[in-house]
Design a protein around this ligand. Structure first.
Ligand code: NAD
Length: 362
């Protein structure tokens, strides 16, 4: 085997290509813990990122996921204007069968050993209870219950940020940010989606809702006087705005072909199936896309408030910045004729570079 194709070389090569600062592989035979913590960038502050527990098919797949997600967190924190860097952790295993207090606390000790360079929170496959176990070993965890000094459910702040992102886009497309009379399809009316529906209905928006959970669909639709629609109608309906609040990759070759929306703005992560290709396609089609990681940052801001000891008032203030930040992204996208997702990345990268310079100057 040629030297440069050995696994170690390829991992380190991967890290240098993606610009990662540090990756920690955690192995505890006593509890069965196998985890990877990736720290992408700490220029702006300690790296923050959720801990995902997932039954990956291979360690390579877990590594790929943690590298991609931690880099995404760097951009998200940077564009939101908060002083945190990007990180992520994955625990390899089935969260329904392999989780235990000991496993989570063992993982907490690995985080403790990073001396504050990495701070974690809940993600897919982990819960508030797990954060409590991690908290027994280290302070470097957010998303603990309000009774333990945590900032509570992030969903209302996430919804508020999405709502403001929608407003900034509506201002650009329709010349005013008044929402009355506009129409929005909200796909997924879970934690975030329901709060978003509430905010939209308060402004007399015509809201269509879709969810695979039919009971929930009926309850939320009648509570807010929204119109339930079938999943297969979402991408043919003639509404102004599409708010994906369920899953990622819903903006893809197939859906872009039929959609008639003027705006895409929702909370789901990784909405574009292929960032480069679909960002460009939306630009060409004249559909304004609000970058997901910017407008869904209310939850991250809530964690930041918890860490810094800010109260709810400050969380709301910081979340309100999403309106101006979205306008800034749109402005750059227009002046350079580039997709909004690319414009957002450039703004995030510039902030990191600027702060790097002042940090190295004293
Ligand atoms: P949730 O699990 O509470 O709600 C998701 C809803 O989507 C559920 O009601 C589910 O039934 C529905 N759903 C699933 N598949 C669907 C499909 N194919 N079509 C229609 N509906 C479907 O999750 P949430 O906390 O509301 O988060 C929603 C999205 O926003 C997720 O992608 C999440 O990663 C992202 N996000 C959430 C937060 C937060 O603060 N909760 C922060 C940032 C990003």
């Amino acid at each position: 085997m040629p030297e440069n194709s050995s696994p170690i070389n390829s991992v380190l090569e991967q890290l240098s290509l993606s610009g990662h600062k540090k990756v920690v592989f955690c192995n505890d035979p006593d509890t069965g813990l196998k985890a990877i913590i990736a720290i992408h960038d700490t220029t702006l502050g300690p790296a923050i990122g959720g801990t995902r527990m997932w039954n990956y098919n291979s360690e390579a797949e877990a590594l790929e996921d943690v590298l991609r997600l931690s880099k995404g967190m760097t951009y998200k924190a940077a564009i939101t204007g908060i002083n945190l860097g990007g990180g992520k952790a994955v625990i390899i295993g089935d969260s329904r069968k392999q989780k235990s207090e000991a496993l989570m606390r063992s993982f907490g000790r690995f985080i403790k050993n990073l001396n504050g360079e990495f701070i974690t929170a809940e993600d897919v496959g982990t819960t508030v209870k797990d954060m409590e176990y991690i908290r027994m070993e280290t302070q470097h965890v957010t998303g603990v219950p309000e009774s333990l000094g945590g900032a509570g459910n992030p969903a209302p702040y996430t919804a508020k940020g999405v709502f403001l992102g929608i407003k900034a886009c509506v201002k650009e497309v329709f010349g005013t940010d008044m929402l009355a009379g506009r129409s929005v399809v909200v796909q997924g009316i879970g934690n975030v989606g329901e709060h978003l529906v509430e905010l939209l209905r308060q402004e007399n928006v015509e809201v269509y809702v879709s969810d695979i959970n039919q009971d929930r669909l009926q309850v939320v639709a009648s509570k807010y006087k929204a119109k339930p629609i079938d999943a297969d109608k979402i991408f043919t309906i003639g509404a102004d705005i599409y708010a994906p609040c369920a899953l990622g990759a819903t903006v893809n070759d197939k859906t872009i072909k039929t959609m008639k929306f003027a705006i895409i703005a929702g909370s789901a992560n990784n909405q574009l199936a292929d960032e480069q290709k679909h960002g460009q396609l939306l630009l060409e089609k004249g559909i304004l896309y609000a970058p997901d990681y910017l407008i869904n940052a209310g939850g991250l801001i809530n964690c930041y408030s918890e860490l810094t000891g800010y109260g709810k008032k400050r969380t709301i203030q910081l979340t309100e910045n999403i309106y101006e930040a979205t306008k800034e992204v749109i402005k750059l996208s227009k002046s350079e004729n580039i997709p909004t997702n690319l414009a957002a990345s450039r703004i995030a990268e510039k902030r990191i570079e600027d702060i790097k310079k002042i940090k190295s100057s004293y």
